[in-house]
Write a protein that binds this ligand. Structure first.
Ligand SMILES: Cc1cc2nc3c(=O)[nH]c(=O)nc-3n(C[C@H](O)[C@H](O)[C@H](O)COP(=O)(O)OP(=O)(O)OC[C@H]3O[C@@H](n4cnc5c(N)ncnc54)[C@H](O)[C@@H]3O)c2cc1C
Length: 442
């Protein structure tokens, strides 16, 4: 059966990647619809900061050139560099980001609020779909259930019994727990690593002016992204941001810790059985303080954790680290298809390389280019082959990102000799960098 024109594209999932893809396709002749499970763009307040690197920023601005980036980027606390410290907050390694910018303004390393970014992406799409005759839009409250490929089209069905109607391409951008992925590639596993990330966020004003933490994190031009490494299987990350909603300067303090299997099982059970958010926060605080004590972190951090109110603990983002694994030979086995994945749906990682969103944005731009090539330049019959090529390249990049993130998770939770070697490598790297700067003057 040949499809009537225009071409139709369905994107399952209106997160970072799915929305970027819809934008990248929005000024084409295709009808692009994003189907999102949430009731609206800000339904689940996943209010964490996302680090956008140079590749992610380039992809974001390519997909959405009209994005008002100043409204979503944290322009007050631009990340000016990275620091690694020991548990006592003594610097082991310091890296200053080169002052590269886009249009002389945006630094390549910066943070955005995920909620704000998603909001801005969704509202621009809605504005334009109603405003200037563009053909991309979003339908909320649509939870993908299944799909079927029939001849040269695909139909996806939603939990409410409705469906997409026949589309030329179906895209799974439904995040790390993608249902579409489990239907398409059941051989891809997504497993727990027995690593916890427990986060708290407090107003910067909570820190005294002579605070060691404040001095470690601040810089005259912005802030350092700091990770503090203990030698006992844990680390902490500190991230400053300006909350544009509350207009409060905040510091996020997240402890990462590897747990023995039985302790992780017990934590999961206690959280599951917690009667409400208050009960959950009490368990989380207990685990947080325990991690700080076991990690022998700076006394100031321990004192802070003892005085932080329960509301400081961030409960509504995933606390447990999971990672996908892509089996050997998987990319070679990929077939021509009209059903494709992007972002976390294809290569969900831990947060420890800061690459998930950046990669989802790059996938979106690459996929948009492949779709345009397939629908405009190539004969219709080659569309599945072009999608296969996209899949191969995307999964290859995904494999690297997964490796980088699990390596990061392992480095962040090393104990004993491994931890000594890691810290030694940081000191050595830092010395080399200092010598290089001294010689070259750069
Ligand atoms: C605490 C934390 C910090 C992070 N920090 C960084 C960072 O610094 N840098 C970085 O690059 N990345 C970071 N990430 C990862 C980043 O958030 C993700 O990689 C990114 O959001 C992935 O984009 P995505 O579009 O693939 O998936 P998502 O943004 O998760 O979007 C998936 C969408 O699909 C929807 N959906 C799910 N199931 C269905 C269904 N059945 N039907 C319809 N819709 C569905 C969901 O509601 C969601 O809107 C961080 C993540 C966390 C949790």
């Amino acid at each position: 059966m040949s499809l009537p024109h225009p071409k139709r594209i369905a994107i399952i999932g209106g997160g970072i990647g799915g929305l970027a893809l819809a934008h990248a396709l929005r000024n084409t002749s295709y009808i692009v619809t994003v189907y999102e499970r949430d009731a609206q763009a800000g339904a689940r307040e996943q209010g964490y900061q996302i680090g956008i690197n140079a590749d992610g920023l380039k992809a974001l601005m390519t997909a959405i050139p009209d994005l008002a980036w100043k409204d979503v980027f944290d322009v007050k606390y631009m990340t000016v560099g990275l620091k690694g410290t020991n548990a006592a907050l003594e610097t082991l390694m310091k890296f200053e980001a080169p002052p590269v910018s886009v249009d002389g303004e945006v630094p390549p390393v910066g943070t955005v609020s995920r909620v704000l970014l998603r909001h801005a992406m969704a509202s621009l799409l809605l504005q334009n779909s109603h405003g200037n005759g563009q053909t991309a839009g979003i339908l909320f409250d649509k939870t993908y259930a299944s799909h079927q490929t029939i001849g040269d089209h695909v139909v996806a069905t939603f939990e409410d019994g409705t469906d997409t109607g026949p589309v030329d391409i179906l895209i799974g951008a439904d995040g790390s727990r993608s249902r579409l992925r489990t239907h398409l590639f059941p051989q891809l596993s997504y497993s727990p690593l027995n690593i916890l990330n427990i986060g708290a966020s407090i107003p910067l004003s909570t820190l005294p002016s002579d605070s060691v933490l404040r001095a470690t994190v601040t810089s005259p031009n912005g802030a350092y992204l700091v990770r503090s490494y203990s030698k006992h299987g844990s680390s902490m990350i500190f991230l400053m941001s300006h909350n544009v909603v509350t207009r409060v300067d905040e510091i996020a303090l997240v402890v990462t810790k590897k747990l023995p299997e039985e302790e992780m099982v017990s934590f999961r059970t206690r959280i599951k059985e917690a009667a409400d958010d208050k009960a959950k926060a009490i368990i989380v605080r207990e685990e947080y303080i325990k991690a700080l004590k076991e990690g022998n972190f700076h006394q100031e951090l321990l004192d802070l954790s003892n005085t932080m109110p329960l509301e400081s603990y961030v409960l509504h983002i995933p606390m447990e680290c999971f990672s996908m694994s892509i089996p050997k030979g998987f990319t070679a086995s990929l077939q021509p298809t009209r059903v494709v994945l992007l972002g976390d749906a294809a290569h969900a990682t831990t947060t420890h390389a800061g690459l998930g969103a950046n990669t989802a944005l790059q996938d979106a731009v690459d996929l948009a280019n492949a779709i345009k090539r397939a629908l405009e330049d190539a004969a219709p019959a080659t569309l599945p082959n072009i999608m296969q090529q996209y899949h191969v390249a995307m999964f290859k990049r995904g494999e690297k990102v997964i490796k980088a993130s699990t390596f990061g998770s392992a480095a962040n939770t090393m104990a004993g000799i491994g931890a000594h070697v890691r810290d030694g490598a940081m000191i050595f790297g830092n010395t080399l960098m200092t010598v290089y700067k001294g010689i070259t003057g750069r």
